[in-house]
Design a protein around this ligand. Structure first.
Ligand SMILES: Nc1nc2c([nH]c(=O)n2[C@H]2C[C@H](O)[C@@H](COP(=O)(O)OP(=O)(O)OP(=O)(O)O)O2)c(=O)[nH]1
Length: 136
């Protein structure tokens, strides 16, 4: 039996803030917030998928660090969401929303107020801990 297909996400922290992006589509989740990322392709490592998705979605290179939080089964049962901490390879590079409605660097105080996708809400304690560990 093949294992689950992973959707990888990047928890990119810079200057104590977490990068979130707002979905533009599909209609059912447009306006909700998520972490940059997407499906791992066959034969691709998770880290390579994180790097590729950040290049495609944000136009920046990232360094991929430890996994954070639990694996989260996504609705439908075919995919599992797995998050990796990440940093911009060039801290001066400015991410651009190529496929999303908006980007936002989020302070820990504002983290819980964003309208995250359901699966991402499970990650909130881990995202707070990441910001506390790496932030100012
Ligand atoms: N990237 C990302 N996807 C998430 C998160 N939380 C969550 O439930 N998802 C879901 C939404 C989608 O159903 C699926 C990822 O699909 P996607 O559209 O971002 O990426 P993809 O590479 O598979 O598709 P695409 O860009 O080719 O359209 O995982 C998250 O934090 N980041």
């Amino acid at each position: 039996m093949p294992g689950p297909t992973y959707v990888v996400g990047a928890a990119i922290v810079r200057d104590g803030l977490l990068l979130a992006q707002q979905r533009a589509y599909p209609e059912a989740v447009a306006g909700r917030w998520e972490l940059p990322g997407g499906r791992v392709e066959p034969g691709e490592s998770e880290a390579a998928a994180v790097v590729r998705e950040c290049q495609e979605e944000l136009g920046v290179d990232v360094a991929v660090h430890d996994r954070i939080g639990p694996d989260i089964p996504l609705p439908g049962g075919d995919f599992v969401l797995r998050i990796h901490a990440a940093t911009l390879t060039d801290p001066g590079a400015e991410p651009v929303a190529h496929e999303h409605r908006a980007l936002r660097w989020v302070h820990t105080a504002d983290l819980d107020c964003l309208e995250w996708l359901e699966a991402d809400r499970v990650l909130l304690p881990d995202l707070h801990a990441l910001l506390a560990a790496t932030g100012t």
